[in-house]
Ligand binder design. Structure first.
Ligand code: HEM
Length: 116
């Protein structure tokens, strides 16, 4: 992987993650008529997060099955699921918001520390 692609992928990945988390919080409070567009965009952005993550995993770590990658995949799955459920389970907005924050913080910490 060239240094340009390396930098691009990292910036792209983190930008996609910012959008995914932002859209998830929006979905927890947005008006019902915004549902279709927000759910569509959170689905698209979610694919960008996992796509860029998998490309870096392949290029930098040759798909080595490290625990931090596995846990990050679970964090991504959790946030993506919460984004999908946010409009339908409004009574759980507080819980879903807290879970989104915890999963995002965990994924960022895993990316930088790679503890296992
Ligand atoms: C919503 C969940 C996720 C968050 C919050 C997140 C966050 C981050 C952050 C902050 C970085 C560091 C970027 C940098 O150093 O410039 C990173 C890197 C990375 N992420 Fe994610 N990520 C998530 C999901 C994923 C997924 C699903 C994968 C799939 C395999 C993945 C694989 C990677 C890889 C391989 C790196 C590069 C690590 C390195 O170069 O040292 N991430 N991620």
């Amino acid at each position: 992987m060239s240094p340009h692609e390396f930098n691009f992928l990292h910036a792209f990945h983190v930008s996609s993650v910012l959008l995914l988390v932002g859209l998830t919080f929006y979905a927890l409070a947005g008006a019902p008529e915004t549902r279709k567009r927000v759910v569509m965009w959170s689905g698209i952005v979610s694919l960008l997060v996992v796509g860029s993550g998998i490309r870096m995993w392949q290029a930098e770590f040759n798909f080595a099955m490290a625990g931090w990658v596995f846990l990050k995949l679970l964090c991504w799955l959790g946030i993506s699921a919460l984004a999908g459920m946010a409009y339908r389970r409004r009574e759980k907005a507080g819980l879903f918001g807290a879970l989104t924050a915890i999963l995002a913080i965990l994924a960022v910490t895993l990316a930088y520390t790679k503890p296992f």
